[in-house]
Design a protein around this ligand. Structure first.
Ligand SMILES: *[C@@H]1O[C@H](CO)[C@@H](O)[C@H](O)[C@H]1NC(C)=O
Ligand SMILES: *[C@@H]1O[C@H](CO)[C@@H](O)[C@H](O)[C@H]1NC(C)=O
Ligand SMILES: *[C@@H]1O[C@H](CO)[C@@H](O)[C@H](O)[C@H]1NC(C)=O
Ligand SMILES: *[C@@H]1O[C@H](CO)[C@@H](O)[C@H](O)[C@H]1NC(C)=O
Length: 328
C-alpha cells in the first residue's frame, strides 16, 4: 500500500511513455501550424504522453483515433496529418475556421476507415486522390465549402459503406462510375444540397443501397431506376430537383421503404396502388409535381394508422381523393 502510494505521489517515477515519437512530432507540428493552436490545445505538449490524449493501439502504441470537434482552430489542415500513419479514425467536425483545401498528406492514412471532415469551411475540389484511401468505409465531407465536380474515382473505394458529400457547392453531374461502384457494401449515399445537374446514371439502379438522398440539386430526367419491388431501399429522397418521369411505372419496396420524398419535381402519372402494400412507410411527400388520378386508399400502415395528410399531396396537376377533394 505504502509503495503504491509512493508511486502515485512521486512525480520522479519514470513511467515508460507509450507515445510513438513520430506521432508526438506530428501532433506538435499539427498544433503549431495553427496561429491559435498553442492557445487552444494547451494540453498537447512534448512532455505529455500522446496516448493519454488520444486512443493508441495497445500493441503498436500508435495513435488510431484523431478526433477534433467543436474547435475554433483557424487555418488549413496541415499535410503533417498524414504522419499519423496508423489512424483508423480521422474526424474534424464543427470547425468553422478550418479553411483551405484537403491536403494530399491524408493519402498516407492507409488504415483509415472513418474519414470525416464535416461542418468546416474547407474549400476547393473534392480531391480525386481520396481514391487512395482504400480502407475507408465512411467518407463524410458534408457541410463544407467544396466546389467543382464529384471525382468519379470515388466509386473505386472498395470498402465504402457510406458516402456523404451533401451541403457543399458541387457542380456537374453524378459520375457514370457511381453505377459501377466497386464496394459491394454501399448503404448510404447523400449528395443533397449541392448544384448537381444532368441525369442520374441508369446503372445506379443496379446498386444495392439502403438510403439515397439527392435532394435539392438540379438533377433532371428519369429517376425511376431507384425504385423496384425487388430492392431493399429504405430511404429515397429526390425532392427539389427537375426530375420528370412517369410515376405510374414505378414499383415500391414493400418490405423496406420507410421514407419517400419526391416533392418539387415534374413527375407525372398516377400514384401506383401498390404503394398501399408498403406497410412500413412513415414519411411520404409527393407534393408539387404533375401527378394525376385518385390517391390510393385505404392505407394499412404499421406506424401511421391515420395515413398521410394533405400536405403530402398538394400542388399536383389533378390528384384527387382523400385527403384531397373527392374525385369528380
Ligand atoms: C463558414 O464560415 C462562415 C463565416 O465566414 C460561417 O458563418 C459558417 O458557419 C462557416 N461554416 C461552417 C460549416 O462552419
Ligand atoms: C468558400 O469558398 C470560396 C472559394 O471557392 C470563397 O470565395 C468563399 O469565401 C468561401 N466561403 C467561406 C464562408 O469561407
Ligand atoms: C437546371 O438545369 C436546367 C437544365 O436541366 C437548366 O436549364 C437550368 O438553368 C438549371 N438551373 C440552375 C439553377 O442551375
Ligand atoms: C411536403 O413538401 C411540401 C413542399 O416542400 C411542404 O410544403 C409540405 O409541408 C410537405 N409535407 C410533408 C408531410 O412533409
Amino acid at each position: 500500500m505504502l509503495i503504491l502510494l509512493f508511486f502515485l505521489l512521486s512525480p520522479a517515477v519514470a513511467v515508460t511513455e507509450r507515445c510513438h515519437p513520430d506521432d508526438k512530432a506530428a501532433i506538435l507540428k499539427f498544433k503549431n501550424s495553427f496561429s491559435n493552436g498553442p492557445q487552444l490545445l494547451p494540453m498537447w505538449t512534448s512532455d505529455r504522453d500522446c496516448c493519454d490524449i488520444f486512443d493508441c493501439d495497445e500493441t503498436t502504441n500508435r495513435i488510431i483515433d484523431f478526433s477534433l470537434t467543436n474547435s475554433n482552430l483557424a487555418g488549413t489542415i496541415p499535410d503533417v496529418i498524414g504522419d499519423l500513419t496508423y489512424l483508423k479514425t480521422l474526424r474534424m467536425h464543427k470547425m468553422p475556421f478550418l479553411v483551405g483545401e484537403i491536403p494530399r498528406g491524408v493519402t498516407r492514412l492507409k488504415y483509415v476507415t472513418f474519414f470525416d471532415i464535416s461542418w468546416t469551411n474547407v474549400s476547393g475540389h473534392v480531391p480525386s486522390f481520396l481514391e487512395e484511401l482504400k480502407s475507408v468505409m465512411i467518407l463524410d465531407l458534408s457541410f463544407n465549402n467544396l466546389s467543382g465536380p464529384i471525382p468519379s474515382s470515388l466509386a473505386t473505394l472498395p470498402n465504402m459503406i457510406g458516402l456523404d458529400i451533401s451541403r457543399n457547392r458541387l457542380t456537374g453531374s453524378i459520375p457514370e462510375s457511381f453505377g459501377h461502384l466497386v464496394s459491394p457494401a454501399l448503404q448510404g449515399l447523400s449528395l443533397s444540397h449541392n448544384m448537381l445537374s444532368g441525369e442520374i446514371p441508369t446503372s445506379i439502379g443496379k446498386m444495392k443501397i439502403y438510403q439515397i438522398d439527392v435532394s435539392r440539386n438540379n438533377l433532371s430526367g428519369d429517376a425511376s431506376m431507384l425504385f423496384g419491388a425487388m430492392k431493399s431501399t429504405s430511404v429515397i429522397d429526390i425532392s427539389r430537383n427537375n426530375f420528370e418521369f412517369d410515376f405510374s411505372r414505378v414499383s415500391f419496396m414493400e418490405e423496406t421503404l420507410v421514407t419517400l420524398d419526391i416533392s418539387h419535381n415534374k413527375i407525372y402519372g398516377k400514384i401506383p396502388t401498390q404503394i398501399l402494400k408498403v406497410f412500413m412507410l412513415q414519411f411520404l411527400n409527393v407534393s408539387y409535381n404533375r401527378l394525376c388520378g385518385e390517391i390510393p386508399s385505404p392505407w394499412k400502415l404499421r406506424y401511421r394508422s391515420e395515413g398521410f395528410d394533405k400536405t403530402s399531396f398538394i400542388h399536383n396537376q389533378c390528384l384527387c381523393g382523400s385527403p384531397l377533394a373527392q374525385c369528380k
